[in-house]
Ligand binder design. Structure first.
Ligand SMILES: [Zn+2]
Ligand SMILES: [Zn+2]
Length: 139
């Protein structure tokens, strides 16, 4: 768990104004990687009980736009948030229970950012999701 000072530092580092809702949301996401919005609301409210749903939605949107959080949405699942780390990791998702885990790039740092054809795009991120059965669902 990061201290209040560390959280303020993170927000300022992303050129964001430090607000209590944003701090509560960043800290909730750090403590609950791959959480959906409802779980983030619950966790953030444990720290800041008066926090409204709208304040959490607004904070998630701002923090994601600023690159502090990363949002991804496996097909058939709710949007999930995690703290954005620069390792461009991927996810493995269980198609039965929805369990999600992190998977590092198969070939070194951010190598998946080099597509066979970029169609003239400036590529910023690659979302790769491996689907399958987790150990408890496959046994
Ligand atoms: Zn499973
Ligand atoms: Zn992840």
């Amino acid at each position: 768990m990061l201290s209040t000072l560390d959280l303020q530092e993170l927000l300022r580092g992303a050129s964001l104004r430090v607000t209590r809702p944003r701090m509560a949301v960043v800290s909730a996401v750090l403590a609950n990687p791959h959480a959906d919005t409802e779980s983030i609301i619950a966790a953030a409210r444990a720290e800041l009980p008066e926090l409204s749903h709208q304040a959490v939605y607004d904070s998630l949107r701002t923090l994601t736009a600023a690159g502090l959080l990363r949002c991804f949405q496996p097909a058939g699942s709710l949007a999930r948030y995690e703290f954005h780390v620069e390792n461009n990791h991927h996810h493995v998702v269980c198609r039965l229970c929805g369990f999600i885990a992190d998977v590092d790039c198969a070939v070194g740092k951010a190598s998946c950012l080099t597509p066979s054809s970029d169609h003239g795009f400036v590529i910023e991120t690659a979302d790769v999701i491996y689907w399958g059965l987790c150990p408890s669902c496959s046994s």
